[in-house]
Every structure is written in structure tokens, then in C-alpha cells.
Unconditional design. Structure first.
Length: 95
């Protein structure tokens, strides 16, 4: 990962954006501390970028398929009572 200062970024923003577009990640520092990161657009690099994140240990692959999850059961229609109204009513009963 390339590291540049904020001042360097302002002088070479076009070149650095082009490098990020090509797949490079650029750390931007301010007063010697990491401040921001310029990264490639995910849709530009697709699975290569995800492979890189996996290799770096920053993401993990899914462990289950969505079909393994149960469809949530219906909770019923909204009865028109807000949670805030219920709480207010309960507070009135206990005071």
C-alpha cells in the first residue's frame, strides 16, 4: 500500500486517482497519522478486489447459503400503537 501526505495528494490527485482506479490502495496521512484511504471502486475490480480482501484477512467468505436460513414468521399486522405510546402508558400505570 502506498502512503502519501495530504500535501502530496493535493499536488498529484489525478495520478493517485488513476493508480487507485488501476487497483492500488493509497493511504493518505495528515500530521503523520493515517487520515483517509483511496481505494479502487469495487465494481471496477470485482472478484480480484474481494480476493485481495480475503488474502489480507479483512473479510471472510460466507459460511452458509441463504437457503439455509428460515423465512421469518409473520408477526401480525400493525395495530396502530407505537412503542412510545406503550411505554408512556406503562409509565403512567407505575407512577
Amino acid at each position: 500500500m502506498t502512503t502519501v501526505t495530504l500535501r502530496e495528494l493535493t499536488h498529484a490527485v489525478g495520478a493517485l486517482v488513476d493508480r487507485a482506479h488501476a487497483g492500488e490502495t493509497i493511504m493518505i496521512t495528515r500530521n503523520g497519522r493515517p487520515w483517509a484511504r483511496l481505494v479502487p471502486e469495487l465494481s471496477q475490480t470485482g472478484s480480484e478486489y474481494l480476493d485481495q480482501l480475503l488474502a489480507e484477512g479483512r473479510v471472510t467468505p460466507p459460511v452458509a447459503d441463504f437457503s439455509d436460513y428460515q423465512v421469518p414468521s409473520e408477526t401480525g399486522a400493525w395495530d396502530g400503537v407505537d412503542a412510545a405510546d406503550v411505554v408512556a402508558e406503562q409509565r403512567d400505570e407505575h407512577t
